[in-house]
Design a protein around this ligand. Sequence first.
Ligand SMILES: [Zn+2]
Length: 379
Amino acid sequence: MDKIYLNKYILSYSDILNILYYLEKTSNKKLIRENTNCYTTFNYKIETFKIGNGKNHVLLIGCTHGCEIITTYFVLEFIITLLKDEKLYNSLKNKFTFHFIPVLNPEGYVIVSSNLSCNYKNITNKKLEEISKKYISLYNTDDFIATHNIKEKKLFLGIIKNNLQNLSNISLRKSVECILKKCNLNEDYLSIWTANGLGVDINSNSIHKFKEMKQLRKAQKYANLRYNDIPVTKPSPMSYPGIKTFKDCPENFFLYNYIMNLYSLNCDEKLIAIFSYHSTGGEIYGYPDMLCTNASQLNLQLKGMLEYSKYTNYKLINEKLKYGVMDYYRIKLNDVLTLTIELSRLNGNPIAPLSNIDTFNKEIIANKKAVIHTIENII
Ligand SMILES: [Zn+2]
């Protein structure tokens, strides 16, 4: 648990799949690939895996937002740790079954990582740190300028060289090109793409408070801070919720069915916790909508948040409008701890968290421990 197994941080979508398939093949049936048979609009299969045979089921979700590549890295590192750390595996395998969705948003991941891979395919970690440092510094300057309500060309966009041609899936490329054009944005914005290939943000395409969220976006018109030139009321790189829940968002529909399936397991089997990963901020979102929550669920959420923060020191956030995709499950599922974790304290997707890899690794280790510690304490 105290070490990092995966020392490569810029991974293309096919790198991710190859690692997972290789692990499955060589794991002696410890890692099982599930067959969900669910596909995104542009035909990417949403892959899920599981480890363990315990009656307590736990779900880890990475990459709801395309540019949050470190969340997929974390899920992968977590899987590898369970497979390689014999002692840990043996202590957990009969108590828990871990389920993994390493990439909930394959299209978003492909849009961002195709360009990152072309830029930094064989980069050393030292060089990656240097570039990421520069990136975060410009990013912060952009934020500073944006707080004065100024819309000018963003400095951070010049660092990663993006090109639509790096997207090999032609229909996905055409869709993205069309969205950028209609938003009056250029290819530079590919590296901060959070939505799916149709420009719908999975997190905003929520079940809970969807109407309120649409109203909020209508009032906002554009995204926050350094993203103040990105529209949020039509298909765009980020924060557009779509026309209605599940529409143009098969990823969200898949997630709903996958979670409900785990929730309805019979006999002794029980879904006990869901951890949905985002970046960045070093925060924990777990306060449920008080109006729709019973006391025991609220207590579980509070306990889970406190346990998780013991290892990470992440801040507990009680946001006013609870519209995110996990907010529905926080109130709908009884006795299931449902947390949304913002990995990394460094702002600036996709690469800023990698500006100090040593610190990043320590945070990843802390989060691995936090998951294990939290689930051990809620059963
Ligand atoms: Zn996010």
